[in-house]
Design a protein around this ligand. Structure first.
Ligand code: IPE
Ligand code: IPE
Ligand code: MG
Length: 225
């Protein structure tokens, strides 16, 4: 059977998870990174999931305290270096989305290396959203296309975006019911799941439950079934 699902996740609630334990917010990010690995591994073994797009750092997250941003940058670099072999072992292709030019040269190099060293993997695709914002992505696409002589089609526009694939299942952990500038073009007909679980507590079992619920939904895409 062909794998077809594109699952996107807004991984929210790391800070609150740590604060509820009397710990520093960054401990929540550390725990959150472990869950990224577990969920990616689960998805790589799942018969239906083709693509997993994870919101790791938004274009708005630069507004956070300097020390938290610095910690997130170091965590990302350490995560990618440590997990390279896990990506390869699980046949997962790493494809970042977002404008990584804002990151340090060293982090950009690590991101490119993991992308190159997993380019041959043909199992799950993990799109990690790094300095990603939907508005920024759409504006960059418009700038790519602005010298076109012909009228822009939906296909041309999609192809100019970082994430060229429509989302089937959008999950936000952490209790808030908002999209926070994530994949606005791509979620036009996604099934939305907002759950209270904080990201560090999210498990493959809970994801399995969401996938089972998704299968019961009647997706009409504006037509009649
Ligand atoms: C999500 O968790 C991770 C990032 C945005 C990097 P948060 O850090 O937003 O955690 P809360 O929402 O403050 O609990
Ligand atoms: C969304 O979470 C961004 C990521 C999960 C990376 P935020 O915590 O930044 O979103 P808001 O501020 O609650 O909307
Ligand atoms: Mg948050």
């Amino acid at each position: 059977m062909n794998k077809t699902y594109h699952v996107a996740m807004i991984m929210d609630g790391n800070g609150r998870w740590a604060e509820a334990r009397g710990e520093k917010r960054v401990n929540g990010h550390e725990e959150g990174a472990r869950v990224v690995r577990d969920i990616t591994t689960f998805c790589s073994n799942h018969p239906d999931i083709e693509r997993l797009t994870l919101y790791a750092f938004s274009t708005e997250n630069w507004k956070r305290p300097r020390l938290e941003v610095e910690f997130l940058m170091k965590l990302l670099e350490r995560y990618l270096k440590n997990e390279l072999q896990t990506y390869i072992n699980n046949n997962v292709r790493f494809e970042p989305i977002g404008d990584i030019r804002a990151f340090s040269k060293s982090l950009q190099k690590t991101i490119k290396e993991v992308e190159e060293k997993t380019a041959h993997c043909d199992g799950l695709v993990q799109n990690l959203a790094l300095n990603y914002g939907s508005h920024d992505e759409i504006l960059r696409a418009i700038n790519i296309l602005k010298s076109e002589k012909e009228d822009i089609t939906e296909e041309m526009f999609s192809n100019a975006l970082d994430c060229k694939h429509q989302v089937d299942i959008m999950i936000r952990t952490g209790g808030d019911h908002r999209i926070s500038n994530f994949l606005l073009w791509q979620i036009s007909y996604a099934e939305l799941f907002f759950i209270d679980t904080l990201w560090p507590d999210f498990t493959a079992d809970e994801l399995s439950g969401i996938l089972a619920d998704f299968k019961t939904r009647d997706r009409r895409f504006g037509g009649l079934n």
